[in-house]
Each structure stands twice: as C-alpha cells, then as structure tokens.
Write a protein that binds this ligand. Structure first.
Ligand code: 3PG
Length: 217
C-alpha cells in the first residue's frame, strides 16, 4: 500500500474496527501471518517494536501486501519511528504519550495513535490536534466506563482502546461513540504464531470480523 494520508489512515482503521497487535520474533513469520489476517478479512496490522524482527517484518509486509495497512506499534523513541517509516509503516502507535515521537509524526505527516489514559495525557493529544488516542491499557484503566467519563470533557477526541480486549468485551467498547476501533492480540496470540498455526489465526480473525460487522453505535 502506498503512503497514506492521515485521513485515509483514520478512515481505514475506523472501517476495520479492529487493529491486530502483532509481536513477531521471526521476520519470516510476517508473510504467513499477514496472509492469515487478509484471508480472515482483516488487512491491517500493528507490528510492535517489542522484538528486533519488527522493522524487517514491516518492510516485508509493506512490500508483499499492497492492500494491507501496516503500522508500527510500541514505538518508544524517534529512532524506531524513523526506522518504521523507512520500512513502510503507515501509522505509528506509542504505548504512552511522547512529545518527541508525536512531533516526529506531525513533521512526517504520518498518523500517530499515542497511548493516553489520563485527562492530562488527553489534553496533550489535543494540544497537537491529534484526533485519536490509544487508550491503554484499557481494561486496567477502567475500560469502557472510563472512556464514557472522558467523552464529556473531551467531546472531540476519539479512542482506540487496547489492552485486555477480546471477543467477549469488544462490542462493549465499539458501542461507544468515541471508539473508532479496538486494538488487540487475541487473534494473533504468541502461542499461535510459535506453533505456525496460521489457519487458526485466519479462523479467529474471521470470527472477530464477523463479530464486529454489525457493531452499531
Ligand atoms: C498492546 O500493547 O497494545 C497490548 O499488548 C495489546 O493488548 P492485549 O494483548 O491485551 O490485546
């Protein structure tokens, strides 16, 4: 996929409603994993910089899956952000709010979903005119109820809750107007990747897509 505008990135994430959070120990798993996601009907992946295979994995996916939206997650410094962009990442996700990485993203015209879970961090996002924050870790910070409380003082902000979300609670989040999509790793679990169970990943992805299809606000 070509470089996306911020608006396109936002629309794609909103349409998909789920952003799989992927951790790859081996870059050679990137292709079969993304094939499974695409076959499951979810051509989007946040590949996290929790492993040294992240950059190469993003590069492989950006090249081999032109219809897929691939982003970099767990970006914790601008050096990683630069490597992610160079490898073809179409969006950045950070676990917390970093002014430096946010400014990098703004300067490079790339969509960023910064981690934020307090009113102070939400105000920082507003200072940079960011439309969406990653509410993380969602479950531990009060879940859907906290997002509801945020919507009164922050009516313009949108959220991508992540952390502790799975098929049993995702609809609760997606029912909230400010939630554009949820991040989660339940369909791309470590154990499934380690066992090369890409058919299992495809089937869990299919089920997840089916589940959120009719999610109405
Ligand atoms: C993340 O960093 O976004 C989380 O690890 C994803 O959370 P989950 O594994 O609870 O879905």
């Amino acid at each position: 996929m070509q470089k996306m505008t911020k608006e396109e990135a936002l629309k794609t994430v909103g349409d998909r409603k789920i952003v799989p959070v992927v951790k790859l120990d081996r870059a050679e798993d990137a292709k079969p994993l993304c094939e499974a996601l695409c076959e499951g009907g979810l051509p989007v992946a946040e590949i996290t910089f929790r492993t040294s295979a992240a950059e190469e994995s993003i590069r492989i996916v950006a090249k081999a899956f032109p219809d897929m939206m691939v982003g970099a997650g767990t970006v914790t410094n601008t050096e990683q952000a630069q490597r992610a962009v160079d490898a073809g990442a179409q969006f950045l996700v950070t676990p917390g709010f970093s002014r430096k990485i946010t400014e990098f993203a703004v300067d490079h015209g790339i969509m960023i979903f910064p981690g934020a879970c307090t009113p102070t961090e939400l105000m920082m996002a507003l200072e940079y005119d960011l439309p969406v924050v990653k509410f993380f870790p969602a479950k531990q910070y009060g879940g859907a109820g906290t997002i509801k409380s945020f919507s009164a003082p922050f009516p313009s902000l949108r959220f991508m809750p992540t952390g502790g979300i799975n098929e049993s609670n995702i609809l609760e989040y997606l029912a909230l107007k400010p939630v554009i999509a949820c991040g989660g790793s339940w369909m791309v679990k470590d154990s499934l990747i380690k066992e090369n169970d890409f058919a299992g990943i495809r089937d869990m992805t299919k089920a997840a897509v089916q589940l959120v299809k009719g999610a109405e606000k």
